[in-house]
Structure formats: C-alpha cells, structure tokens
Write a protein that binds this ligand. Structure first.
Ligand SMILES: Nc1ncnc2c1ncn2[C@@H]1O[C@H](COP(=O)(O)OP(=O)(O)OP(=O)(O)O)[C@@H](O)[C@H]1O
Ligand SMILES: CC(C)(CO)[C@@H](O)C(=O)[O-]
Ligand code: BAL
Length: 336
C-alpha cells in the first residue's frame, strides 16, 4: 500500500499510532541501503506496529560550499521505494516546518567525538545532524530508530546522544549495503561519472585490503598461540616432532608483523595507487579508530586488541564519499 505522505508536524501528530513505531531517517534519494533499513524496521515494528520514514535534507548539517543545493530531491521515487520496502508513512516536511523560526538558537553539541574525522573535515556537521535527529525523534516519537553503519561516526554519536540525554529510544545499527563490486551505496554516488565511479571503487578496495591484512594477522596470532601447545605435544611424541614444532614457532614469529599499522599500510597502498588514476582520488582521511569515541588507534602499539573501525573519506571530482569497515583485533587468538 502507498505510504501516507505527511508534510507537517500536525499531520504527524494527528496520526493514530499503531503498536510499536520504528523510524528510519533519511535525506531522500532512496536506494537499496535505505530500503534495507526500512525492511529491518518493518521486522522490528512487527505486523501490528508501523514504520515511519523521514525525508528531509537538513540545511543545518551542510557547510558553506557543500552540496546542499544540488543534493538530489526525488520524492516520487522515494515514495515508491518506501512502499516496496514496507513503510506505512513518509514524513517529508519543508524546511520552514522543521525550523519555523529560522535556524534554531539552541542546538545539540556533539562534543569531542563530533570534532574528529568527519567532524574535522566538516566543522559543525555533527551539531547539525544531532540537532535535527533530536527534533525528528521528538516529532516522530519512535520506540526504535534505525541508522546505517555506513555513517559509522554519525551512528556512534546518535547512540551517545540518546544515552547521554536519556532519550529512552532503542537505536539499531544496520550493516552497510554495497554494490556487487564493493562500492558502498550512497545517494551521492549518482553524482559520479563512469570514470569517477571507477576511481571511487578504491575506497572499498582499500578497506578490503586492510581487512584482508587484518584477517591474515589474526590467523597468524591464533597460530602463534597454538604453537606452544603443538610444541608440547610434539615433545612428548618424538625428537623429530619437537624440532618441527620449534621451526614452526620460529616461522610464525618471523611472519607475524603488524597490528594496526600494517592494516593501515595495506589500505593506504590502494589509495596511493588511486591517487595516480585519471580522474584521481583525493584522500581526505584514512584512520583506524575506536568505535566508542572515534579516537585513532592507528598509532598505538602493535598489540592492540578490541573493536575498531577502519574509516576512509575521499573526494573524486566534486563528489565526497565516505566508507568504513568494522574490525575486531585479537579475539580469534584469545578464543583459542
Ligand atoms: N549503503 C548503505 N547501507 C546501509 N545504510 C545506509 C547506506 N547508505 C545510507 N545508509 C543509511 O541511511 C540513512 C540515511 O542516509 P542518507 O539519506 O544520508 O543516505 P546516504 O546514501 O548516506 O546519502 P549521502 O550520499 O548523502 O551520504 C543513514 O542512517 C545512513 O547511514
Ligand atoms: C540522520 C540524517 C537523516 C539527519 O539529517 C542524515 O544525516 C542522514 O541521512 O544520514
Ligand atoms: N549520510 C550523512 C549525511 C551527510 O553527509 O550530510
């Protein structure tokens, strides 16, 4: 069924709530990534609940010289995608409806986490994001709200805001949806020409190179833990086994370089190559960060263990893209 289109806060509030409400916030120009969020929301809301999708290009989160004016606005197509994915209502307010008195004087401050990575490149961006997210949460009053892992720093900040300011709403993160060749789906991909898209593939390719390096390291770490046990077993068996196990231990020790620095180096190699393509990739940042506060762990000692996010941002032509992958350091070895 075509979702009900709601244009005003009054229309939204007049709507009779049906069970558990799940909200997906977007800036429109919907694609399969958004559809996945909406389908997940449908599941979480349940058959008696409802899914509300918001479509609003928020001027507050765009810096001067960014793409606010050219950002794609495709409401008819968005309604169709929202319908197919199972939305009950689409809230698509005008700017005046969200900010009736002009830009708000009182805003949410994203704090130090909002000044790193994306926040360093786009000053004020996360204050604008959190301010509109807070407003949209108050307007839509969901039980649960869903956000994509593709915007990992945004997701972490929304979780933080909801916790720090007691919003009492469940926040659910949804893994990044990609094209078959790896490119993360993004509304801004439609700005890319064919040659630019080829260059843009380097973002995901770099992350995959980092992930592969990480997987190889983790396997070596696990092997290194296993070797003493192998050694003990071998010792009990025969002198020949013992010397084999010792050789194995030596080989693992030699082969286990690494940690965070090696993961970053593997990813950087791909980005460096892409910088020589035509059109070139212009790197903004590549960083390995702690997902709880987005501080860099790239420069910490090689023995880092725990959750991390490998994040990248780059420009191709006039289009700025971001991508990231979650990585876990050390648990494979720890589990053995
Ligand atoms: N490829 C994707 N996979 C999963 N979630 C996504 C993906 N792309 C966007 N989202 C999520 O959809 C929500 C709305 O995002 P938004 O409308 O800004 O789309 P976008 O494709 O990220 O656009 P942009 O190109 O402006 O970054 C956010 O929670 C975002 O993280
Ligand atoms: C969360 C959001 C809808 C706020 O404008 C936006 O930042 C987005 O689409 O990711
Ligand atoms: N998807 C994040 C919104 C923005 O880039 O402004």
């Amino acid at each position: 069924m075509t979702p009900t289109l709601l244009r005003t806060a009054a229309e939204l509030h007049a709507r009779v709530r049906a069970g558990r409400r799940a909200v997906v916030m977007t800036m429109g120009a919907l694609h399969e990534g958004h559809a996945t969020l909406i389908r997940t929301a449908r599941r979480l809301a349940g058959p008696d609940g409802e899914v509300v999708v918001t479509v609003f290009v928020n001027p507050l989160q765009f810096g001067r010289g960014e793409d606010l004016d050219r950002y794609p606005r495709t409401l008819d197509a968005d309604l169709k995608i929202a319908e197919e994915a199972g939305a009950d209502a689409v809230f698509a307010p005008a700017v005046d409806e969200v900010y009736p008195g002009g830009e708000p004087q009182v805003r949410i401050s994203a704090g130090p986490m909002g000044e790193r990575l994306e926040g360093a490149s786009r000053p004020g961006h996360f204050d604008g994001v959190l301010t509109v997210v807070a407003k949209l949460l108050h307007l839509t009053r969901p039980d649960v709200a869903l956000y994509g892992q593709k915007d990992a720093q945004q997701l972490a900040l929304i979780r933080r805001m909801v916790r720090d300011l007691n919003f009492g709403i469940e926040i659910v993160g949804v893994p990044t949806v990609r094209e078959d060749d790896g490119l993360a789906l993004s509304s801004r991909n439609r700005y890319l020409s064919a040659p630019e898209r080829r260059t843009a593939l380097a973002l995901s390719a770099a992350l995959f190179a980092g992930r592969d390096r990480h997987a190889a390291q983790e396997a070596l770490r696990a092997r290194a833990r296993e070797v003493p046990a192998t050694h003990a077993r071998a010792e009990a068996l025969s002198a020949l086994g013992e010397s084999r196990a010792a050789a194995d231990a030596h080989a693992v020790a030699q082969a286990a370089p690494g940690g965070a620095g090696a993961v970053l180096a593997a990813a950087r190699l791909v980005l460096d190559e892409a910088a020589r393509l035509d059109p070139p990739l212009e790197l903004d940042y590549l960083a390995l960060v702690d997902p709880s506060d987005f501080t860099e762990i790239g420069d910490r000692e090689d023995g880092f263990t725990g959750e991390a996010v490998l994040a990248v941002a780059a420009r191709v032509g006039t289009t700025r893209l971001i991508d990231n992958l979650p990585l876990t350091f050390g648990t494979l070895g720890a589990a053995l």
